[in-house]
Design a protein around this ligand. Structure first.
Ligand SMILES: Nc1ncnc2c1ncn2[C@@H]1O[C@H](COP(=O)(O)OP(=O)(O)OP(=O)(O)O)[C@@H](O)[C@H]1O
Ligand SMILES: [Mg+2]
Length: 257
């Protein structure tokens, strides 16, 4: 069997509600749509990426909890989605106990890395929960790329310094291969002047680190998630879908440079 090393991308921002899950669901779909084998790892106990693909979180669903704790072989619980080439390790609420259970273990930072780094995919996208707990340290240790969604609102930059400090300390200690692929401006509202002020501010601070692609605020995106669908499948002509397809193109072109 062909054993390629997957490109593993953590979609992370400790702030809640900035578009992490939406980015995972739609970027993964767009990357799979151009012929890649893609795995989504839902590492958030809220399980929004899981429901975002229409997967019912009923009793007995095996989740990333067992993978993170080293109790379950990920190959046994990976599920297909209705997107060709796109698979998922689901999440359930029992994952919320993982931080406490991981804490006393000596390899607590590298559990996820051990479990997923040799899986046979082109890309693995990790949906991170908000915050800076052990789950996210595991995600940063397992990954070689990071995408940081940033909501175009007044407090967007607050907390970003702390996130970059965390990334730097992970680089200095457990994962020197970690690279920020880009900062992604999300929920951009062109009728709201604040959005462009924030976008300009972020670009003047972070320059080329900011993706050219901007994700607009688009109601089709939230509608799609309530139907358990990526917006690309729900309404491919919507501004949300078009921008996520463009993001995939930009992300993939950054990878080959
Ligand atoms: N571009 C957008 N336009 C309109 N609504 C959006 C957009 N992006 C995300 N949303 C909506 O905003 C909400 C938060 O988005 P999302 O769940 O992706 O954020 P998150 O960072 O994963 O949140 P959490 O930290 O709770 O996991 C969701 O209801 C989602 O449907
Ligand atoms: Mg989320």
């Amino acid at each position: 069997m062909n054993s390629k090393k997957p490109n593993i991308i953590a979609i992370i921002n400790q702030k809640g509600g900035v578009g992490k899950t939406t980015t995972v669901v739609n970027l993964a779909t767009a990357i799979a749509a151009v012929g890649n084998e893609v795995l989504v790892v839902d590492l958030d106990p809220q399980g929004n990426a899981t429901t975002g693909f229409g997967i019912h979180k009923g009793r007995g669903l095996q989740s990333s909890y067992g993978v993170l704790l080293g109790l379950t072989d990920p190959r046994e619980i990976i599920q297909n989605t209705y997107v060709n080439g796109l698979h998922i390790i689901a999440s359930t609420i029992d994952l919320s106990a993982a931080e406490i259970e991981l804490f006393p273990q000596k390899d607590r930072d590298s559990k996820l890395k051990q479990a997923i780094s040799n899986l046979n995919y082109d890309y693995i996208l990790i949906d991170c929960p908000p915050g800076f707990g052990l789950i996210n340290i595991n995600a940063l240790n397992a990954s070689n790329r990071i995408i940081i969604p940033l909501q175009c609102e007044f407090y967007a930059l607050e907390g970003l310094a702390q996130l970059f400090n965390t990334i730097q300390s992970v680089r200095n200690t457990i994962n020197k291969n970690l690279i920020v692929s880009g900062i992604l401006l999300t929920m951009y509202d062109r009728r709201n002047g604040l959005s462009s002020v924030v976008a300009n501010d972020v670009r003047s601070h972070f320059k080329n680190l900011v993706f050219n692609t901007v994700i607009p605020r688009n109601v089709k995106i939230s509608e799609a998630s309530s139907y358990g669908k990526p917006v690309i499948l729900y309404d491919v002509k919507s501004s949300g879908a078009i921008s996520y397809i463009e993001l995939a193109r930009e992300f993939l072109s950054r990878e080959v440079q």
